[in-house]
Ligand binder design. Structure first.
Ligand code: SIN
Length: 429
């Protein structure tokens, strides 16, 4: 290989050394710039930018089809669910007139292979119930959370501590509810906290530059935290730092696999919802005159919800592009449910080098990642400051008398509940 020689006007050894060093530096910088300019990254940046740039992808709206420009609208295909979700699972809520009109509707996009979108099948109260579960029930032991590695969170979980602190009258001493920060992280396990999605937790206030690494499950990227090691935190501060909870088989962030020796069942309601969705999307595909381009043939009856992640997003949080590939079973659909604020979701293909599609997700929307989309890069570059009125504090919910405290949280947040099958389907082996 030909080696570049310093220009003739550089005479001294020092000058020649500096020239070489500069050359190397330029090459490195060029490489870095190229890596961080994948089409996926460009789309993320353009959606985060305040000004619309020409490379911003159109945001597909599956709920109001008339909101899409004609060229996007032409790619959205209505498909029929194979089961009525509310009939096979009462946790979606009770059938009403609104539901009767849309009970079987789902959509696919002709350019997004395998992704099945179900516009909000939940009633308003069913959504509130699911939010209650994600905050009150799923944040408790034995489920681990993003806080556990860094804070001494008791088994009852940060949400219960937070609601206790809210119940304390303002003149009462609630110092017994304060949570201390751990001095060292959890047995050296690299568990992402918030600021750095792919490396060890960052508390330095430095923004991560490692966003182009290849994580199996990415952590939500948040505003950096600036804590002193010995700090005691009030639950009201800590609750807004919660980023994820692991359900079912607990996720081992260091090894990018599951703790197979800790088979904790996925909570019953989340399991039932995901099974119903897996059944309803069975057989859905993209059909053209000469047959199916793709079809989800995973048998809903074989779907076994074995793990899940609840992601909690504050308004400035983002989730960088990643592929969920820690499951031994990549054939079973990954079921994803959105609650609270709207967001823009990006989904591409098997590399970041392909321009992704942007989708608007609203509270209650459900997606099934089947087939090719199951191993596609995806992420959440933007949470929109726009949530539904029926989740606001002040809403009366006879099943959740203290809804106000949930409503307050979710009026500034988005929650995503996603469920996966981990093991291969025993009937297929
Ligand atoms: C994920 O990919 O883990 C979550 C996606 C979402 O928040 O919708």
């Amino acid at each position: 290989m030909e080696t570049l020689q310093p220009p003739a006007h550089l005479k001294s050894r020092r000058q020649k050394e500096m020239w070489k060093r500069q050359l190397l530096q330029n090459v490195k910088e060029r490489q870095k710039a190229q890596e961080s300019q994948t089409p996926f990254r460009i789309a993320e940046r353009s959606l985060q930018s305040k000004v619309a740039t020409p490379d911003r992808p159109p945001v597909v709206d599956f709920t109001n089809l008339e909101n899409n420009p004609p060229e996007v609208r032409a790619k959205l295909i209505r498909v029929e669910l194979s089961h009525d979700l509310r009939e096979i699972c009462p946790l979606f809520g009770r059938t009403d007139d609104d539901w009767s009109k849309r009970r079987s509707i789902a959509y696919i996009h002709s350019d997004i292979e395998g992704l099945i979108f179900i516009p909000n099948p939940f009633t308003e109260s069913a959504q509130r119930q699911l939010i209650y579960n994600c905050l009150q029930k799923y944040t408790q032991a034995p489920n681990s959370s993003s806080l556990d590695a860094h804070y001494e969170v008791p088994a009852e979980g940060v949400w219960n501590l937070y609601t206790k602190s809210r119940r304390c009258a303002s003149n009462e001493d609630d110092s017994q509810l304060l949570i201390s920060r751990k001095s060292r992280s959890n047995n050296g396990q690299k568990i992402p906290e918030s600021a750095d999605p792919y490396d060890a937790p960052s508390t330095s206030g430095q923004q991560s530059t490692s966003i182009e690494k290849d994580p199996d499950i990415a952590d939500i990227k948040s505003e950096p935290s600036l804590h002193k090691p010995s700090e005691l935190l009030h639950p009201s501060e800590l609750i807004r730092k919660l980023r994820w909870v692991s359900l079912g088989y607990q996720y081992n962030w260091s090894e990018k696999t599951y703790f197979f020796d800790r088979p904790i069942p996925v909570p019953e309601e989340a399991a039932k919802l995901s099974i119903a969705i897996a059944k309803a999307v069975e057989g859905i595909g993209y059909r053209q005159d000469d047959g199916f381009r793709w079809q989800n043939n995973y048998k809903g009856d074989n779907y076994a919800p074995e793990a899940g992640i609840v992601n909690y997003y504050q308004l400035k949080d983002t989730l960088m592009a990643h592929v969920d590939r820690s499951e031994l079973n990549m054939e079973a659909p990954l079921i994803s449910m959105s609650l609270g604020h709207k967001c823009i979701y990006l989904i591409g293909e098997q590399t970041r080098d392909i321009k992704p599609h942007a989708i608007l997700l609203q509270s209650g929307d459900v997606m099934a990642m089947t087939g090719a989309s199951r191993s596609a890069f995806h992420g959440v570059p933007k949470i929109l400051d726009d949530g539904p009125s029926f989740l606001q504090p002040g809403t009366i919910d006879e099943n959740i008398p203290d809804w106000d405290v949930y409503g307050e949280y979710v009026s500034k947040a988005r929650i995503n509940l996603n469920i996966r099958q981990v093991n291969v389907d025993s009937s297929s082996t």
